[in-house]
Design a protein around this ligand. Structure first.
Ligand SMILES: Cc1cc2nc3c(=O)[nH]c(=O)nc-3n(C[C@H](O)[C@H](O)[C@H](O)COP(=O)(O)OP(=O)(O)OC[C@H]3O[C@@H](n4cnc5c(N)ncnc54)[C@H](O)[C@@H]3O)c2cc1C
Length: 495
């Protein structure tokens, strides 16, 4: 039997392991932490439950495809609830917009904010539809084995059709004049840890997929997805070993011979797949060859200051399950603060997750569990930030903003707080620079130009996950697992 070692039990590692086990490989996953899921983790405390990372279940058909590939059916494992409105966007002037698939409600809300903007919205969605299907079919959902395949004559016109060289923010401004609407239809780049002023306009696909394919909530939360895929992988014979950090990938005779664990043991394998963050793998697990330094110079996504609050008292009716607060007049500046100054914006935009609106069991009857996500720059290695001070500033800002919604002083009702920040991302999950979403997705870091899912010199060493092709986000990482396993089927040893 052909043996495979997977380093890391993030969603990418779990999905790749499960697919390979189904193909007949003998797969062992080594995970440094005590639970699977990587940055998609869970906190359970005093009757409250929080998904620590992902909270938006998007692109359900990609999850469905993975279930099918594993011989399972999604509806037998996940009870999905569609959220509509998907989320409420709060503007600094007190106005809000509920994004909904109900077009009559959208028309009323949009035209009240800017005459004629509903018409623009429909055109914007139509463009998002084109971007979504073209990029999935031609770029995101396939492997590129050579630069000529990526820049092929048939692909070049697509770069224009996909507006790959146009910035998302300037594209949105072509559709909407009101800065609030420009912000409401561009901030979604932050799901990928990107600035809309740098991300390609291709990402209008995000607004399309949210509204058309829907934003879903699996009963039990997003961590249920991790538990489900882990159980399926185990059922297919994958062995998971927790609390076992890998110290190195051992290279012998120009290929990966296996791994050495921090605990001392060396293990042999025919194939090694690294799901740990790719820049970290080059820097810490592989022999020094200059690649790590090159990767460190690439663009990284933002980090995030995360707060998980157990709050006593009633659940505010002002909050939906997903809520976004935008820094309108300082919107552009806030992205400069994050991506250029690598800090907390003076006026941050932020996101609040209140899952007990969809599933009451996420908080006790007389309490509310809120997660706040405040985007912030990644770790500045030359000039380290004072994270404690920035965290305090972010907390005060969010608590004050929620006061204006009528939530009162939640500090006085806070039963507990847990936090995750850039240093946690770096230390707990080995994410390079504490960047929460991995390598960025600017034009020079996508497709064939992104680090490949196979090592350029060690033929039996593969990569899967957010910093590999095609990129970050749960469904995209599932695609990464699919593409890596497809590569192995094409190039690697057969079971
Ligand atoms: C705050 C936040 C919000 C997000 N929101 C969404 C969302 O709403 N929707 C969405 O689709 N996506 C979202 N994402 C993105 C999504 O979570 C990621 O893209 C995805 O989880 C990445 O999975 P992965 O398998 O690539 O990596 P990871 O989750 O990083 O897994 C890698 C694993 O490798 C392990 N590891 C590292 N080093 C070693 C070692 N030396 N030895 C052994 N194990 C090791 C780590 O502990 C980890 O478990 C969000 C991410 C964050 C941080």
């Amino acid at each position: 039997m052909i043996s495979v070692i997977v380093i890391g039990a993030g969603l990418g590692g779990i999905a790749a392991a499960a697919r390979l086990a189904r193909e007949g490989y003998q797969v062992t996953v080594f995970e440094k932490n005590d639970i699977p899921g990587g940055r998609a983790a869970v906190i359970q405390r005093d009757g409250f439950r929080f998904d620590t990372g992902p909270t938006l279940f998007l692109m359900p058909e990609v999850f469905e495809e993975t279930f099918r590939a594993l011989g399972e059916r999604m509806d037998q494992h996940l009870e999905l609830q569609r959220l509509d409105p998907t989320y409420r966007v709060h503007f600094h002037d007190g106005a809000h917009l509920d994004l909904t698939s109900n077009l009559v409600e959208m028309r009323e809300q949009l035209d009240a904010m800017e005459a004629g903007s509903f018409n623009a919205y429909l055109r914007f969605l139509a463009e998002g539809y084109r971007h979504y299907h073209l990029s999935l079919e031609k770029f995101v959902g396939k492997n590129f084995y050579s630069i000529f395949e990526f820049f092929s004559p048939s692909n070049l016109p697509l770069m224009f059709q996909l507006k790959a060289l146009v910035k998302h923010a300037s594209n949105t401004a072509r559709y909407f004049r009101d800065p609030r609407l420009q912000a409401a239809f561009s901030f979604q780049n932050m799901y990928l840890g990107l600035s809309p002023y740098e991300a390609p306009a291709t990402f209008s696909l995000l607004q399309y997929t949210e509204l058309a394919d829907g934003v879903w909530f699996p009963k039990g939360g997003l961590y249920r997805v991790i538990e489900t895929f882990t159980a399926i992988a185990e059922g297919l014979g994958v062995q998971f070993v927790y609390n076992e950090p890998v110290k190195s990938i051992d290279i012998e005779g120009g290929k990966a011979a296996g791994i050495t664990l921090e605990s001392g043991a060396s293990l042999k394998a025919d194939l090694v797949i690294a799901n740990a963050d790719l820049p970290y793998v080059y820097a810490e697990l592989l022999p020094e060859d200059g690649s790590a330094q090159k990767l460190a110079k690439k663009k990284f996504t933002s980090s995030a200051l995360m707060f998980y609050w157990g709050i006593q008292g009633p659940k505010s009716a002002e909050l939906l399950h997903h809520n976004v607060f935008l820094a309108d007049d300082q919107y552009k500046k806030s992205f400069d603060n994050i991506f250029k100054d690598l800090t907390l914006p003076a006026v941050p935009s932020f996101y609040i997750n209140a899952p007990s609106r969809s599933e009451p069991a996420f908080a006790p009857t007389d309490g509310d569990g809120l997660m706040a996500l405040v985007p912030v720059g990644h770790i500045n290695e030359e000039n380290p930030q004072d994270w404690e001070a920035l965290e305090n500033k972010a907390r005060d800002f969010v608590v004050d903003r929620l006061k204006t919604l009528g939530l009162g002083d939640i500090n006085s009702r806070m039963l507990f707080e847990e936090t995750i920040g850039p240093n946690t991302y770096k230390q707990r999950w080995n994410l390079a620079k504490g960047s929460a979403f991995g390598l960025s997705h600017n034009f020079l870091q996508v497709g064939y130009l992104r680090p490949h899912n196979r090592h350029p010199r060690f033929p039996n060493l593969y990569f899967v996950g957010a910093s590999t092709h095609p990129g970050t986000g749960l469904p995209i990482v599932l695609l990464s697992a699919k593409l890596t396993v497809e590569r192995i089927a094409k190039e690697g040893p057969k079971p």
